[in-house]
Design a protein around this ligand. Structure first.
Ligand SMILES: CSC[C@H]1O[C@@H](n2cnc3c(O)ncnc32)[C@H](O)[C@@H]1O
Ligand SMILES: [Zn+2]
Length: 435
């Protein structure tokens, strides 16, 4: 099916950052085939013409690190540091998890993500107590694009740890290409502190044998650095490098506590960083030095982490805070420009998680895009400087329509794939268990 979208401003987020006012985009099935100036000639054999009535169109946002199975835990464990938050709140609750709780959480998380403009995400989940097959079926039905990772923990008996690794390997293989290729997997040891060296080595083996990326929490807090140094006589980055984890393409979530030597290692091994500014602030972990990471040539994406440490999944808010933090930290407003920020939230993030086939509006890329109708929004006036508004003024709730693989997933702020009322009712029925 050839669909032509006309009468809109297209923010391509391509290498040249081209913008087409009153432009045109052509989508053939799942792919963009043209973005540029309006052309009557190119419209000739269109099967469908969509008039976007002056809307702004940009690539869907890319959330490079999330935990959608935790969405039900929003508001639980506020105002706590990471270690007690995990050990006394999150992990005990996750031990009570069921497949139903996980599926409803996933639906709520995806609903929130897509309605705020995220079309691609990379997620890690704690498999405890759940049937991941059911959860993956549910996620597949939503139409979102993403990588999903079954987490590896070195907790429990030897047999439990063996089963956890076996489950992760099976899951990684089974869902490597799922839901028409929209969903894939990564191999996710939780962190250097929750995994033994043996589990980390085994994780890297699974990733290598199945040609998958690794996804792991690293260097999130000062405490983690001291803990790993005490246990292994190396800081986390060197510890993982020595174990061979970085021999596979790796996304490391956080990277708050890094030095120059470590940034050079990340660049050398092409380790990518998922930057979670709000979660890092809320858990009191600190502020990652993203400017230095980018200066060192490290690929960086923006991420929300979970609703238990954020507490929303709005990538517009996330990327704005990311930019403001770097400017404030450096006392230099020229750092982390609007262009840098929006690139990291789209094309840069997609490349960081190995999904370079999305993240910009360009011929041959997947047709993953969002629209914003600015005309009735006070905070998006004046209409000039729209590019600036996308970073400094826009909110997730400004998103009007969402398309993934060329298909409408959200239309006029209504989800077409998720029964919103039902999910919200289910969430509130199940949530009372943890209140
Ligand atoms: C690795 S599976 C997901 C699992 O990780 C835990 N978690 C959530 N947020 C964080 C964070 O910021 N640092 C470390 N661990 C985190 C939680 O148990 C999730 O289910
Ligand atoms: Zn996380």
């Amino acid at each position: 099916m050839k669909t032509v979208y006309i009468n809109a401003t297209f923010f391509t987020m391509d290498q040249e950052n081209k913008i087409f006012e009153n432009g045109m985009m052509i989508v053939q099935d799942q792919f963009i085939t043209y973005v540029g100036n309006h052309s009557e000639e190119l419209m000739k054999d269109a099967e469908q013409v969509v008039n976007l009535q002056g809307k702004w169109v940009m690539p869907g946002l890319v959330n490079t690190h999330s935990h959608i199975l935790m969405t039900l835990l929003r508001g639980i464990g506020d105002d706590m540091l990471l270690k007690p938050w995990l050990e006394t709140k999150i992990w005990p609750i996750e031990r009570q998890y069921t497949t139903e709780i996980a599926s409803v959480s996933a639906q709520l998380g995806i609903l929130e993500m897509v309605k705020s403009g995220t079309t691609t995400f990379s997620d890690m989940f704690n498999p405890n107590g759940i049937d991941p097959n059911v959860v993956m079926e549910t996620i597949g039905e939503t139409g979102i694009r993403g990588a999903f990772s079954y987490s590896i923990f070195s907790f429990g008996t030897e047999e439990e740890q063996r089963l956890n690794l076996k489950g992760a390997e099976q899951f990684s293989k089974d869902y490597k290409r799922f839901a028409d290729g929209r969903l894939t997997t990564m191999v996710a040891p939780h962190s250097p502190y929750a995994c033994t060296p043996e589990a980390l080595i085994e994780s890297a083996r699974i990733a290598k044998e199945n040609d998958l990326m690794m996804h792991i929490h690293v260097s999130e807090t000062d405490y983690e650095i001291q803990d790993i140094e005490t246990r292994y006589a190396n800081r986390p980055v060197e510890h993982l490098r020595k174990l061979g984890v970085f021999n596979q393409p790796t996304v490391m979530a956080h990277g708050v506590v890094l030095n120059d030597e470590e940034r050079a290692i990340l660049k050398e091994y092409d380790v990518r960083v998922a930057h979670n500014p709000i979660s890092n602030l809320k858990l009191g972990s600190g502020v990652a030095d993203v400017v230095s990471l980018l200066d060192a040539g490290v690929k960086v994406g923006i991420a929300t982490d979970s609703t238990a440490s954020n507490n929303n999944l709005d990538m517009f808010e996330e990327v704005r805070i990311a930019a403001l933090l770097q400017k404030g930290m450096y006392k230099d407003a020229t750092k982390f420009s609007a262009q840098t920020a929006l690139t990291l939230a789209t094309r840069g993030g997609a490349e960081a998680i190995g999904m370079g086939h999305t993240g910009s509006l360009e011929a041959n890329k997947k047709a993953d895009f969002i629209t914003i109708y600015p005309f009735d929004k006070e905070h998006l006036q004046p209409l000039s400087n729209a590019y600036s508004h996308l970073l400094y003024a826009a909110r997730g709730s400004d998103v009007c329509d969402v398309f993934i693989d060329g298909k409408a997933i959200v239309k006029d702020r209504i989800s077409l794939t998720i029964d919103e009322e039902k999910v919200i009712a289910e969430v509130n029925r199940l949530q009372s268990r943890f209140a």
